[in-house]
Structure formats: C-alpha cells, structure tokens
Design a protein around this ligand. Structure first.
Ligand SMILES: NC(=O)c1ccc[n+]([C@@H]2O[C@H](COP(=O)([O-])OP(=O)(O)OC[C@H]3O[C@@H](n4cnc5c(N)ncnc54)[C@H](O)[C@@H]3O)[C@@H](O)[C@H]2O)c1
Length: 372
C-alpha cells in the first residue's frame, strides 16, 4: 500500500473540482449541452469575459472520454483569453468541443442543435471554426444565432482565415528580425517553413516578396510540389528533422503542435523561431532552453492571431482592410513582448503571458457588451 501523494490526489480529482481550482484558470462558466434527438453532446467553456464576449472556435473530436472533452475545452478556452487579449480584441476567451467523430456524427440537425445552445448564452459566447469544423458548418450553426463567425462570404462571413494568419505571422517575424538583426525585414535571410498547408503557402509568398530565401518541407508531397511549381526559387527538404538541421536564420513551424522539444531545440540552427502552429512548446521549460541558446522565440499564440482577428471582425460586418490593419499591429505587440522579456529577464513566452494577464486585469469586468 503506497502513500497518496498530492499528484495522486490530483489525478483522481473530478473535472468539477479542477474547474473551481484557481490555478487551473478559474473559468467563469462551463455549459454541458445534450440534444437527445440529434445525439449532440458538447461542452462550451467560458474562461473569461473580462474583455468582452468569449470568442473561440468549436472543435469536433472523438474524445476517449467525456472528462477528456471537458478538460480540453477548459484548456483551449483559457488559451483563447490570452490570445484575444494580446490580439487587442475586446473579447474574452471561450471554446466549445463537440464530442464525436466529425466524419460520422456531424449532421445538419446536430449543428442546428449546437447553434441553439450557442444562442442560449445570449452573446456571452461567440463561436468559430476549429479542428473538425469548417466554414460550411458555421453557415449551418449561424442559422440559429447571431454569434457565429467563420462563415462563408456568401453568408456575411470572412471565409478562409489563413490569409490573415499568415500575414500576422509575417509581422511577428519582421519584429523578431528587428530585434535580432536591427531591421524589420527578412531580406537576404534564410527561412525554413515546416508545413506548407493553408497558412504556410501564404507565408512563402510574403517572404519571397520581402526578399527572403525560402526552404520548405511537408509530409504531403503534393503540397511541396505545388509550392515549388509556383515558386521555382524555393527549395525543399525531405522532412522537418532535416529542415531544423539545415542552415537557417528563421524556423517557422506551420504544421502541428509540439514542434519545439528537447532534441529539436538542441539541433536548431536558426536564431529566430516564428510560425503559425499552435502549442509549439512541447513542455514547460522549452521556452527557457530556447532563450539560453540565444534563439528568439516569437510566442505562437501572439503571432498566429490574424485568424481570430479576421473572424472577430465579422461581428461588425466583415471589412478585410479593417481586419488587416488590426493584424498589422501584431508587429508592435511582438516587439512589446520582446521588450518586456528583456526588461523582466524572462523568455518571451513568459512575457507574453504577463502582458495578456495585465490587459485582462486592467479592464474592469464590463457588462456593457451584454446590454441590448
Ligand atoms: N488556419 C488558420 O487560420 C490558423 C490560425 C491559427 C493557427 N493555425 C495553426 O497553424 C498550423 C497550420 O494551419 P493550416 O490551417 O495551414 O493547416 P493545414 O492543415 O492546411 O496545413 C498544415 C500542413 O502541415 C503539414 N504537416 C503535417 N505534419 C507535418 C510534419 N510532421 N512535417 C511537415 N509538415 C507537416 C500538412 O501536410 C499540411 O500541409 C496549425 O497548427 C494550426 O492550428 C492556423
């Protein structure tokens, strides 16, 4: 018989106990949704509405358990509070997860039922696309409420959010170049992009326009072929492992999360890391290892905020130029984070969290946005 440690207790702790434990983020509200007719089971988590209605996408995923789904919703919602705060949006953080396999369980009836739950929150939660949900799904969800973004242009939406996501990443990279090399340009720099999907392909264009040399990789050969056919000056390597060892000035992870782990950080040749992928740091401490190696890391959730800036604009009648002007500010925000990191003697990822917390704390929780 062993002694029960604090860790053991936490592993067996209920999700409800986790929710109310403040170091888990102190969420404001969690809604469990069930519609027996369509089979919908969903969790809507609102982390904070201090800055305004909680904004964040809807993930459709076959979770192994309901508890896992709640936990994912809680974590993702907290992340959105930080992202929205530093994107300069008057939005708090929220996220929804629908439990199920999108390829099997997604029906119009289920999406409409979900849309009615979003409506029931009366504007406290604004939804959008995420893993497993698409623009066409948001068009359906929007039929039941006024608080759905990520819709198609035909339905008043902004469409593909990767355009401004890539633009924002490019702004973050310019800020990193300013700090590392004294000018906000990638001209003459060698940039390696891992993942040339929706965001990566637009990033290639921005970098070439700026005079950078670009090297790409992707697990899908057709994605690489499309890039090199369009831009013969772009070179390609076999995989991300090879890319990080290739002589680079900038490494841009634009595929999946956890790109920065102990072996990759040790092997990186680049002195700037700036890319679109979410959750790039594989575990706590990686941000310090990067700083110790003199690698300037532009925090992922700051530089990839162009997409959320784009969808947030839909609530005001989408205007691409207005959204782009807001995404341009990612340059200033990234610079401010590097400044704060230097002043506080902490890695940029820590400085970003501090600045986001400051913005949330500075604002008195306002109910104004809820008034009719
Ligand atoms: N699309 C947006 O607006 C947006 C906004 C914020 C964050 N992000 C994040 O940016 C990243 C890219 O998003 P996207 O919309 O371009 O997705 P995408 O699926 O269109 O592109 C990702 C690409 O990465 C490739 N890939 C997957 N694993 C790889 C690996 N191990 N090595 C190399 N390539 C690999 C895929 O084949 C694909 O071409 C994701 O992490 C996403 O969460 C996207």
């Amino acid at each position: 018989m062993g002694v029960t440690t604090v860790t053991d207790v936490r592993q067996t702790e209920s999700v409800v106990a986790k929710l109310f434990r403040s170091e888990q983020g102190g969420h404001e509200q969690v809604v469990l949704c069930q519609d027996r007719v369509s089979g919908l089971k969903a969790v809507i988590a609102l982390h904070s509405t201090a800055l305004g209605a909680a904004l964040g996408g809807t993930r459709f995923f076959p979770y192994a358990s309901d508890d896992e789904a709640v936990e994912d919703a809680l974590n993702l919602a907290r992340g959105m509070s930080y992202k929205n705060a530093l994107a300069g949006l008057d939005h708090g953080g929220g996220k929804a997860v629908i439990i199920g396999d999108p390829d099997i369980d997604k029906t119009e009836r289920l999406l409409l039922a979900y849309g009615r739950f979003v409506a029931s929150l009366g504007g406290r939660y604004v939804t959008a696309c995420d893993v497993g949900t698409y623009v066409s799904d948001m068009d359906v969800v929007a039929r039941e409420n006024r608080w759905t973004t990520g819709r198609s242009p035909e339905n008043g939406g902004a469409g593909d959010s990767s355009v401004l996501t890539a633009f924002g990443v490019f702004q973050g990279m310019r800020a990193a170049a300013q700090v590392q090399w004294g000018e906000p340009s990638l001209r003459g720099r060698r940039v390696g992009i891992a993942g040339v999907g929706k965001v990566g392909k637009h990033l290639v264009q921005h970098l070439l326009d700026d005079g950078a040399e670009v090297v790409v990789t992707d697990v899908r050969a057709e994605a690489v072929d499309a890039i090199t056919a369009r831009h013969p000056q772009v070179s390609a390597v076999s995989d991300a492992e090879v890319l990080i060892r290739t002589p680079l000035d900038v490494y841009a992870p634009c595929a999946l999360g956890h790109a920065l782990n102990d072996p990759t950080v040790a092997a990186l040749t680049a002195t700037v890391v700036c890319g679109a992928a979410n959750n790039q740091l594989a575990h706590p401490g990686v941000e310090k290892d990067l700083a110790d190696r003199g690698i300037l890391y532009a925090p992922d959730y700051v530089v990839n905020a162009g997409g959320v800036i784009q969808v947030a604009d839909e609530l005001h009648g989408f205007d691409f130029d207005r959204a782009k002007a807001k995404a341009t500010k990612i340059f200033d925000t990234t610079l401010a984070i590097f400044d704060r990191a230097k002043a506080d003697g902490v890695p940029p990822a820590v400085a970003a969290d501090r600045l986001a917390e400051q913005r949330m704390a500075d604002r008195t929780p306002a109910a104004e946005w809820l008034r009719p």
